[in-house]
Write a protein that binds this ligand. Structure first.
Ligand code: MF3
Ligand code: CO
Ligand code: CO
Length: 251
C-alpha cells in the first residue's frame, strides 16, 4: 500500500531532508585518513539530537548504530566501529536518516578519503553519483518505475560496472521503508506509474565487478561477493501535488 503525502506532510519531510543534507555536508568536512567510522557515528548522533531529530537507523530491526558507514567493498549497512580507521585511498558511503517531527529524510554519499584515490575508485564513485542524477531526471508525474531503473542500469553498464539487485530504493514517510520498492535496474516504460503525492528514495549501489552481494555474520554488513569496490548515492524525492519533482535532501 502506497501512502500518498499532502503538501503539509511534504513540508515536514523537507525539514527531515534538509537535516539529512546538512549532516552529509558536515560529514564531508570531517572525513580524512585517521578518523574512525565511530567518529562519524558520534557526530551524526550528536548533531541529529542537537537539531531535535532522531537517528532512524539506531535500533531499526536491531541495527546497533545511528548511521551506516560502508567502506570499499562494503555495499551498504556497514556498522561504525572505533577499530575501523579510514585510510588514504578508501571510499566510504555514509548513509544518514534523521526523523524530524515524525518524518524520515534518507540520503547518502560516497566520499573519497585523502588525495591518492585510484582512478578506478574515482570513476566508480563518479558513475554512482551520475546514475542517481540521471535517474532523478526521469521522474515526473506519470513516469514508470522501470524508467528509473533503466536510466541507472544503462549508464552503469555503459561504464563497465554493474547494478546491485538485492537492495532497492523505497517509499518513505512516517515509516522508514514503505511501498513502493524502487529497483535500480529495469526496462523503460514498464512497471507502476508514479503519481503526485509519492515520496521515495533512489539509492543506486554500483559495483566495480559483479552485482552479487553477501551479508557478513554480523547480519548487517553487505559486501560484494567478489571483494571489488561498491559506491552509492541516495536522495529522497517527492512528486509534489503541484506536479513538481523536488529533491527533499538538499538545501
Ligand atoms: N538508510 C538505509 C536506506 O537507504 C537503510 C539503513 S537500515 C539500517 O534505506 F538499519 F541499517 F540503518
Ligand atoms: Co533508503
Ligand atoms: Co539511506
Amino acid at each position: 500500500m502506497i501512502v500518498l503525502k499532502s503538501d503539509a506532510e511534504i513540508a515536514c519531510m523537507r525539514k527531515a531532508g534538509h537535516l539529512a543534507w546538512e549532516l552529509l555536508e558536515k560529514v564531508g568536512a570531517l572525513i580524512r585518513p585517521g578518523i574512525s567510522t565511530q567518529d562519524i557515528d558520534d557526530f551524526v548522533s550528536a548533531y541529529t539530537k542537537e537539531k531535535g531529530g532522531i537517528s532512524a537507523p539506531l535500533h531499526y530491526h536491531g541495527f546497533p548504530k545511528s548511521v551506516c558507514t560502508s567502506v570499499n567493498e562494503v555495499v551498504c549497512h556497514g556498522i561504525p566501529t572505533r577499530k575501523q580507521v579510514l585510510r588514504e585511498g578508501d571510499i566510504i558511503n555514509v548513509d544518514v536518516t534523521p526523523i524530524v517531527d515524525g518524518f524520515h529524510g534518507d540520503a547518502s554519499r560516497t566520499y573519497l578519503v585523502g588525495e591518492r584515490i585510484s582512478p578506478l575508485a574515482r570513476k566508480l564513485t563518479e558513475c554512482a553519483a551520475r546514475c542517481l542524477e540521471l535517474a532523478i531526471a526521469t521522474v515526473f508525474d506519470g513516469c514508470r518505475l522501470g524508467d528509473i531503473g533503466h536510466a541507472i542500469q544503462q549508464h552503469a553498464e555503459s561504464q563497465g560496472f554493474s547494478v546491485v539487485r538485492a537492495f532497492v530504493g523505497h517509499g518513505i514517510g512516517r515509516v522508514f521503508h514503505e511501498d513502493p520498492q524502487v529497483p535500480h535496474y529495469g526496462q523503460a516504460g514498464k512497471g507502476m506509474r508514479l503519481t503526485k503525492g509519492m515520496v521515495f528514495t533512489i539509492e543506486p549501489m554500483i559495483n566495480e565487478g559483479h552485482w552479487d552481494c553477501r551479508v557478513l555474520s554480523d547480519r548487517w554488513t553487505a559486501v560484494t561477493k567478489d571483494g571489488k569496490l561498491s559506491a552509492q548515492f541516495e536522495h529522497t524525492i517527492a512528486i509534489r501535488n503541484d506536479g513538481v519533482v523536488e529533491i527533499l535532501t538538499q538545501p
